[in-house]
Design a protein around this ligand. Structure first.
Ligand SMILES: Nc1ncnc2c1ncn2[C@@H]1O[C@H](COP(=O)(O)OP(=O)(O)OP(=O)(O)O)[C@@H](O)[C@H]1O
Ligand SMILES: [Mg+2]
Length: 834
């Protein structure tokens, strides 16, 4: 139940709203908690992370350490504990860092609320709003909490999130008590947004006490899983199942062969640890957060990590037009009478309309107001605010001694409402001929690429309020034409995006002629134009076909934009949407990646996953490439885990059954795996082949599986070869065998990264220095260990020099085989580029 604060009126004295003091606000914050949804409350990121340390794997290992200790293996116990602590420490530090990074980035674009504290208006984070706060709202704002209106002026809200209604509703201050009904005219609710007007309100409920807060949070949450997340999860399940079966089998076999039970158990545990890609989540977050940081340097804020890899998967980018492809700063170039002759009358009327309207100042309004700083003498009586269904806006004023409605908006919408038109000083009845002349003028201007508004008026009787139906029986006063310049880098970026496998579609509220003009300027050949009115008649199925073909959608309303996106997603596309207005918010939210253009309204920024802070489209292309890079590096880790790591464990399991002794001691297995893991830590820093950048990257479990079944066994074959050579040529006892295999398995397992990391020949793709060094270093550590002072504790022994000759030959042939297998896999699957 929403908590309605009884003392909200205490905040008001003598009609002026005092607001809270900082101290009161702090007190209330303590009492009521942060203004956040239930799902977000009570989570401290570092606690989460510490809990991660106690994952089942670490616990199992710690138990293993304890067992080692009780059977007198002190060195093993220390080694295992050190592995858990170091591994956990690295994991913690890296993941925590990635998380903090992204939270910091997100905070830079988090919408604030305007609240009165200590008597002055301040911008404060939305989470800090408390019941009793006095807040101020204007067009484009998000309502930060539930509140009761104290003052309002032409306030209209979009409550679609709560009621599904896509038209705005009027809200005004009344003396009614606070209530939690969406219909309450004096109440505004968290999750709604201001379309027009201004208001001052007293917060009645915050966070989870808000009437619809949890619904809003639920709706606002992205579909929890992307294809990528889902893929990773499936992959982990697959591994978990294999681990489970393999461990049980090995354990059973060892026990059946009457090996020491504790050692057999420890060996099984070590195997399980070896197969688990325990660093996968960490590698993923680190790779993605590196991408996020790279983007932030280019003034692109990524609000959550998965958005990066989704950027890399985008294959269709839908974009709004104004402010995204164009600069969005318009200039008024022509003011003309209905027949197209120059006349200042439409401009003068539009000036009254634009300066008195209380909605967001659109680029059109700004252009009308530019150069006319003095407000007109008319007195505003009422307003019929702009909405994207009507595509027009009227103010009702006392003008020249008369009550006049002045309407400006999209000509298509205004034409049917006309009954007369002005011609010089006269008002003439609208005839079919006059109407077609007006339409012809409008078409001609649109063809030139101008955005055109019609201006119309009507004289009305005096009454306190007016309604939408009053926008009828209008007199056409003329047209205004606006020029908007296309962004200088738009054509180039569009060409690059298309070259890299992203098709572009334009979804605009503007008419088809202007849209076509912009396309021409942007170098985008028009395949097919679909109009909003045509869309209306299409079934979802038909739309799916059309959305695929067409690349320009004109005169579409916000719900239609949403339908187009949904249709594309249904076809299996990963869809990005770029927009800047209130009307774009639903689409920004529904797209796989919502991208807010520079200067987007709060509502749009809030709904987006990625926010561009500086003008220019080139960064978008770079963002997409950054996403592909991240994707590429995560894939490397997965392919490594499934091929070389898997093969290694497979060999151990087979050897455990076939050999007269354990193929490696449990502590050695753990150390081997740990060193291998360390060598992989530099993967996020690696370079990615150009091929990876040239097309959208999608999760592909098939290729992972193919790597597993092909490359895994190859590594086992070489292991078996090593076993054979060790036993027959070197007459190895257990100590030599363990040492020999330890070195071989570490070297092959680690070095193969240099082959797997690229789709090209390893010699034609340079790894990052960090990665190269870490791989070489770990191999060197493997060679050094048998000669180090830890050799005795690890039960290693010196190897004959001839063994190293064999090792070198075996490693090189192994890498060659994997290279061939890789080429085979790449040539028979569609993952390889071009
Ligand atoms: N402030 C305004 N006053 C009157 N009419 C307006 C106003 N703003 C927009 N319109 C009308 O509504 C139409 C659609 O609005 P808008 O251009 O914002 O939609 P959009 O889909 O975001 O288009 P774009 O792709 O150009 O950004 C405009 O073409 C114009 O005719
Ligand atoms: Mg727009």
């Amino acid at each position: 139940m929403p908590v309605i604060i009884a003392d909200i009126d205490a905040a008001s004295q003598d009609g002026t709203l005092l607001g809270l003091t900082t101290q009161e606000a702090a007190q209330r914050l303590n009492q009521f908690g942060l203004n956040e949804s239930a799902s977000k409350q009570g989570k401290t990121p570092w606690l989460d992370q510490v809990l991660l340390l106690f994952n089942p794997l670490s616990v199992v290992l710690l138990v293993a350490a304890a067992i080692s200790l009780t059977i007198g293996e002190r060195f093993d116990a220390i080694l295992i504990t050190a592995i858990v602590l170091i591994g956990g420490g690295i994991d913690f530090a890296q993941t925590y860092h990635a998380r903090i990074t992204i939270e910091r980035l997100r905070a830079t674009v988090a919408a604030t609320a305007t609240a009165k504290r200590d008597g002055t208006w301040r911008e404060i984070p939305r989470s800090q709003i408390v019941p009793g706060d006095v807040i101020r709202l204007s067009a484009g704002d998000l309502v930060p909490a539930d509140a009761r209106l104290a003052q309002s002026r032409d306030l209209a809200l979009l409550q679609a999130m709560l009621t599904g209604e896509s038209t705005s509703v009027e809200k005004r201050a009344t003396s009614d008590a606070a209530s939690s009904s969406a219909d309450a005219v004096n109440m505004i609710f968290l999750g709604t947004s201001v379309v027009s007007g201004t208001g001052t309100a007293i917060v009645t409920a915050t966070g989870r006490s808000t009437a619809f807060g949890d619904i809003v949070a639920h709706l606002a949450a992205k579909p929890p899983e992307t294809a990528f997340d889902l893929g990773i999860k499936r992959f982990s399940y697959m591994i978990a199942r294999i681990v489970f079966v393999m461990v049980l089998l090995v354990l059973a076999a060892n026990l059946a062969m009457h090996r020491p039970p504790i050692e057999s158990l420890l060996f099984a545990v070590a195997l399980a640890v070896g197969l688990t890609p325990e660093f996968l989540p960490m590698i993923t977050s680190v790779t993605l957060s590196r991408g996020a940081v790279a983007m932030a340097r280019k003034h692109v804020v990524v609000k959550h990590l998965p958005a990066i890899q989704n950027l890399g998967s985008i294959d269709v980018l839908c974009s709004d037009k104004t402010g995204t492809l164009t600069a969005g700063t318009m200039s008024l170039v022509v003011s003309a009478s209905p027949d197209g002759t120059a006349s200042s009358a439409p401009q003068d009327l539009a000036l009254i309309n634009s300066s008195l309207q209380a909605g967001i100042r659109s680029p059109l309004d700004k252009a009308i107001l530019a150069g006319n700083p003095t407000p007109p003498t008319a007195t505003k009586i009422d307003e019929l605010p702009f909405d994207f269904q009507r595509r027009r806006l009227s103010v009702i004023v006392d003008h020249a001694g008369q009550r006049t409605l002045i309407c400006k908006g999209s000509p298509e919408g205004i034409f049917p409402l006309l009954t007369s038109f002005t011609s010089g000083d006269k008002v003439l009845a609208m005839t079919a001929e006059a109407l077609s002349r007006a339409k012809a003028y409008y078409t001609a201007q649109s063809t030139l690429g101008y955005r055109v508004l019609a201006v119309a008026t009507r004289t009305l009787p005096v009454q306190p309020q007016y309604k939408l139906a009053d926008e009828s029986v209008l007199t056409l006063n003329g047209f205004l034409s606006f020029a908007d310049t296309i962004l200088p880098d738009a054509a180039e970026t569009i060409a690059r995006l298309q070259g890299d496998g992203v098709s572009i579609k334009i979804l605009t509220g503007d008419n088809e002629l202007v849209a076509a003009h912009i396309c021409a300027q942007a170098g985008l050949p028009v395949a097919e134009i679909v109009l909003g009115t045509e869309l209306e008649l299409m079934s979802d199925n038909a739309l799916t076909q059309v959305a695929e073909r067409a690349n320009v959608f004109a005169r579409v309303s916000p719900p239609q934009k949403l339908r187009i996106l949904t249709a594309l997603r249904r076809r299996g596309h990963t869809v990005g949407f770029m927009g800047d207005g209130i009307n774009d918010a639903p689409s920004l939210h529904a797209a796989d990646v919502g991208i807010a253009a520079p200067g987007a309204v709060d509502v749009a920024q809030d709904a987006a996953d990625v926010v561009l802070l500086q003008p220019g489209l080139a960064v978008l292309h770079e963002g997409i490439l950054e996403g592909r890079r991240a994707f590429g590096n995560v894939m490397k880790y997965l392919l490594m885990g499934t091929s070389s790591n898997f093969g290694n464990v497979l060999s151990m399991a087979v050897a455990a059954v076939a050999l007269p002794f354990l193929p490696m001691l449990p502590a050695q297995v753990l150390l081997n795996n740990f060193l291998y893991d360390l060598s992989q830590l530099t993967i996020p820093t690696d370079r990615v082949d150009a091929e990876y950048f040239s097309k959208p990257q999608k999760w592909d479990i098939a290729i992972i599986r193919r790597f597993m079944v092909l490359v895994g066994p190859i590594s086992s074959i070489f292991d078996f070869l090593t076993f054979y050579v060790l036993l027959h040529f070197f007459r190895a006892g257990p100590a030599e065998f363990h040492t020999g295999w330890f070195v071989e398995s570490l070297a092959t397992q680690t070095l193969v990264l240099l082959v797997i990391r690229t789709v090209r020949s390893p010699f034609r793709s340079r790894p990052s220095t960090g990665l190269l060094l870490s791989v070489i270093f770990i191999v060197a550590v493997g060679f050094w260990l048998p000669y180090s002072r830890f050799a005795a504790d690890l039960a290693f022994t010196r190897l004959p020099l001839t063994y190293f000759a064999f090792l070198a030959a075996a490693t090189v042939s192994y890498l060659l085989c994997v290279e061939l297998a890789k080429r085979y896999i790449m040539s028979t699957s569609n993952v390889s580029a071009k």
